[in-house]
Design a protein around this ligand. Structure first.
Ligand code: NI
Length: 222
């Protein structure tokens, strides 16, 4: 089964929760499983808080208002420093701690955000320079198991994110309003506008940073 790097938007009915049963090979991914995975409902009380979604599930918004777009770009601008602050002072042992049972380690999370946002950077550029190009998904769970993502210091990925976001944010603040309606085609999720990419990736940085801050709180790490 291929692994979608960004999930389809999943409607959440107020007062209800869904528990998605996924193959073990997918459990380390930060993202929801593909829509073909079986779904069963479960009462929230039996499973406790869902550690995977500390800021809620991603909502992909095809068209943002001017204020929403400005806020999303501002969030992208702040994301590298927020992640850097979230991991500041952690030891190697702490960086190698999974953020939840069967989850990625903090180190893998940081490298994953860099992997993911390199795709964001490239995807925006493809959408701006080609006519509705089809982009390449990637197997994010497999990428997170590669040697550099498992073992390397996080300094490189933090610096990479700062450089990527500097360029991406400069670009997004420079393009005309109608450019945000330009599209690319995700082979699994269908057509996506640049606004949709913005809504996805602004959430994505906040999502993984919250994994780290929530872990620090639970573990009572200073
Ligand atoms: Ni992710």
């Amino acid at each position: 089964m291929s692994v979608s790097d960004e999930p389809a938007s999943i409607p959440v009915t107020p007062g209800s929760r869904v528990l998605r049963v996924v193959p073990h090979s997918l459990r380390t991914t930060c993202m929801a499983p593909p829509s073909s995975a079986p779904i069963m409902t479960a009462p929230i009380a039996s499973s406790g808080p869902d550690l995977r979604y500390p800021v809620g599930r991603m909502v992909r918004t095809p068209m943002l208002s001017l204020d929403e777009r400005r806020a999303a770009i501002d969030e992208l601008a702040q994301a590298p420093e927020r992640l850097r602050a979230a991991v500041r002072g952690l030891s190697d042992d702490q960086l190698d701690t999974p953020y939840r049972p069967d989850g990625w380690t903090v180190r893998q999370l940081v490298h994953h955000v860099a992997d993911s946002h390199m795709h964001a950077y490239a995807r925006v550029r493809f959408a701006l320079t080609e006519q509705s190009p089809t982009i390449k998904p990637y197997a994010e769970a497999a990428w997170a198991e590669l040697a550099d993502a498992r073992d390397m210091p996080i300094t490189g990925s933090l610096a990479l994110l700062e450089a990527l976001h500097d360029r991406l944010v400069h670009l997004l603040r420079a393009i005309p309003v109608d450019a945000f309606a330009r599209t690319l085609v995700h082979p699994e999720n269908g057509p996506m506008t640049i606004d949709a990419l913005l809504s996805v990736y602004s959430w994505h940085g906040r999502h993984h940073t919250a994994h780290v801050t929530a872990l620090r709180e639970r573990m009572r790490w200073a």
